[in-house]
Design a protein around this ligand. Structure first.
Ligand code: KIV
Ligand code: ZN
Length: 386
């Protein structure tokens, strides 16, 4: 792995699966894990094994079939969680235990009714215990986004002393601004003793719509892993969307940060997750939404027909979409109508197009979107074709 390679840690099957309304059975999880492995993710967080017998079985089944990626199981900083996770991962070629504890004052006081010293101790003990089962242990400092940096650095140092290979810095509540989150990563990179023995990981939630921006600021400032989900699904407003961070890095090569993702699988992956979970993807969703490569206003359509780059920054084929869509509505112009008419077999002269266009507009005002059958009807009922 080069120093500029960003590890993609997919948590669709753990944090993503926490989305209300998600119904995934173990077989569906295995199919998604197989596809994630093909997609080229570096780590698959397969579940939270102690949470239920069903989740344990899913993590075990996924551990057996994944060929390339590391398979990871989540735990609290609790011995039994860690033991059960290790058991569920025993068939994995590359197992990882992801353990941790809340570190913000709000979590320490209200959730654990504890104090800062005791939490540092629990972090150390949890990582040490996880290390007795597997070499690869990731530590998360839950609510790191609202944890003061000096204390966070101390917790991270304890985790490294106990053998953590990855330090996850979650913005659990999606509160941070990109500049703040980037500065937090930079501070840890510069101030945590022993940081060269571990990599920093971004785990951002989307409560303020900033998860992608925060993750990108994190890697610009030295993190080398991004935790994310397909379609950005997850609790509340969701997690960082895998397809977004991967395409941000690909479309901005001067950042000199790359991933191992086969981007041509992104659209199919999005559909698989959305269909299996029964969670619909908004049409304007970046990269994978139904309208991500659809053009409907006349000015944009004219530009795209002349040269795609006028209004598209991504070649749709790069993410597995066959071609851009020219959608015909009453806002469309002659160029779009001529283009779509040609696709269904009509070469219209300029005079014919003027006549058909008038007919098209009155049709489109009544019917919001014009399909191929409508185009036949519009042309056949225009004066030029009488
Ligand atoms: O958001 C979060 O803090 C988490 C941790 C449990 C890793 O999902
Ligand atoms: Zn999370």
């Amino acid at each position: 792995m080069s120093n500029n390679n960003i590890q993609i840690f997919d948590t669709t099957l753990r944090d993503g699966e926490q989305v209300p309304g998600c119904k995934l059975n173990s077989e569906q999880k295995v199919v998604i894990a197989e596809q994630l492995d093909q997609l080229g993710v570096d780590v698959i967080e397969a579940g939270f094994p102690v949470s239920s017998p069903g989740d344990f079985k899913s993590v075990e089944a996924i551990s057996k079939i994944v060929k390339n990626a590391t398979v990871c199981g989540l735990t609290r900083a609790v011995e039994n969680d860690i033991k059960v996770a290790a058991e569920s991962l025993k068939y994995a070629k590359k197992p990882r235990i992801h353990t941790g504890i809340g570190t913000s004052d709000s979590h320490i006081l209200h959730k654990f009714k504890s104090n800062r010293e005791a939490i540092v101790e629990r972090a150390f003990e949890a990582v040490k215990y996880a290390k007795s089962f597997v070499e690869d242990v990731e530590f998360y400092a839950e609510d790191a986004g609202r944890t003061d940096n000096e204390y966070l650095a101390r917790v991270c140092e304890a985790a490294i002393r106990a053998g953590a290979t990855v330090l996850n810095i979650p913005d659990t509540t999606g509160y941070c601004l990109p500049s703040e989150y980037g500065a937090k990563i930079k501070y840890l990179k510069e101030n945590v003793k022993g940081i060269e023995k571990a990599i920093l990981s971004c785990h951002c939630h989307n409560d303020l719509g900033l998860a992608t921006a925060n993750s990108i600021e994190g890697v610009i400032n030295g993190a080398r892993q991004i935790e994310c989900t397909i379609n950005g699904i997850g609790e509340r407003a969701g997690n960082t969307a895998l397809e977004e961070v991967v395409m941000v890095l690909k479309q901005h090569p001067y950042l000199n940060l790359d991933t191992n993702i086969n981007t041509s699988m992104l659209f199919g992956m999005s559909q698989l997750v959305s269909d299996s979970m029964g969670i619909y993807t908004q049409p304007n969703k970046a990269i994978v939404g139904a309208n991500a490569f659809a053009h409907s206003s006349g000015i944009h359509q004219d530009g795209v027909i002349k040269n795609r780059a006028t209004y598209e920054i991504i070649d749709p084929r790069d993410v597995g979409v066959t071609e851009s869509a020219i959608v015909l509505t009453a806002r469309s112009g002659r160029a779009a109508l001529a283009y779509r008419a040609k696709n269904v077999g009509y070469e219209l002269t300029k005079l014919q197009l003027d006549d058909v266009y008038a007919n098209f507009l009155s049709f489109a005002d009544r019917k919001k979107e014009i399909n191929d059958n409508d185009i036949h009807q519009i042309i056949e009922t225009s004066n030029v074709y009488q």
